[in-house]
Design a protein around this ligand. Structure first.
Ligand SMILES: [Zn+2]
Length: 245
């Protein structure tokens, strides 16, 4: 099996070992050469009718619990891309997210623009978060969403070398700066409906946290999620991004 590993996975093992992670979470998926998204990032497949609600920048001590209530009430699972620094401050909330059956992903430690950082800093941001999330939940976080969507190929490649699956999105609006939940939901609905017509699933970004403010006000984003669930539950299937790997 090792003989068939692409060279970047092999060097990724070396890089992970250099960080002292050879036996840790960040190295494990380097042993999965079968990933269908090798060479790119996961966005959304041609599965019209499937929606992934993803929430970035948490956990947020005020708004994440409200969001978890809404998701539980509607029996919907979502994907949470957490900041390692926030997870460290709110370990109980991270455990609550995992215990409710949601998928937890890595959104870096401190939300820098990784496209502007060197390899060592990127590795640290990802590895620290990986380690902390695994310490808290007992399970590896396999999926990584770059802060600010820094899609420089080197960032995505390094994440893959460290055993993670980079995840982007195809449905977003500036929910963090829009006070009206209805407007957030309306804009996302237009995009979701267009994707459905095009025969594609929707990978939807909302924010339950804020990278500049640990308790950022996120009621509109969370209310927008509730509106989307109410609208699409009868006709669409809500999935976590691991369903698309
Ligand atoms: Zn973010």
């Amino acid at each position: 099996m090792f003989a068939s590993l692409p060279s970047e996975f092999s060097s990724g093992l070396g890089a992970a070992a250099g960080l002292g992670l050879a036996a840790g979470v960040c190295a494990y998926a380097a042993l999965w050469p079968g990933s269908r998204i090798f060479g790119s990032a996961l966005v959304a497949p041609e599965q019209p009718g499937e929606l992934a609600l993803t929430f970035d920048d948490g956990p947020n001590p005020v708004w994440t619990p409200r969001l978890l209530e809404i998701l539980a009430r509607h029996d919907v699972r979502a994907t949470f891309f957490l900041l390692g620094s926030r997870a460290q401050a709110e370990p109980e909330m991270v455990r609550s997210i995992a215990a409710a059956g949601h998928l937890i992903g890595n959104h870096s430690w401190s939300h820098p623009n990784l496209a502007l950082r060197g390899r060592k800093r990127i590795q640290e941001e990802l590895a620290w978060t990986c380690d902390r999330l695994e310490q808290i939940t007992g399970a590896p976080a396999k999926f990584f969403r770059p802060p600010f969507g820094a899609r420089r190929p080197a960032v995505l490649r390094l994440a893959r070398e460290m055993g993670m699956v980079p995840v982007l999105w195809n449905t977003m609006t500036s929910d963090w700066s829009e006070p009206a939940a209805e407007r957030i939901a309306q804009r996302l609905t237009r995009k979701i409906d267009r994707l459905t017509r095009q025969g594609r699933a929707a990978n939807i970004v909302l924010h339950d946290g804020g990278h500049l403010d640990s308790g950022a006000y996120r009621e509109p984003s969370i209310a927008a999620a509730a509106l989307l669930i109410a609208r699409y539950k009868p006709t669409h299937r809500f999935v976590t991004v691991d369903a698309w790997e």
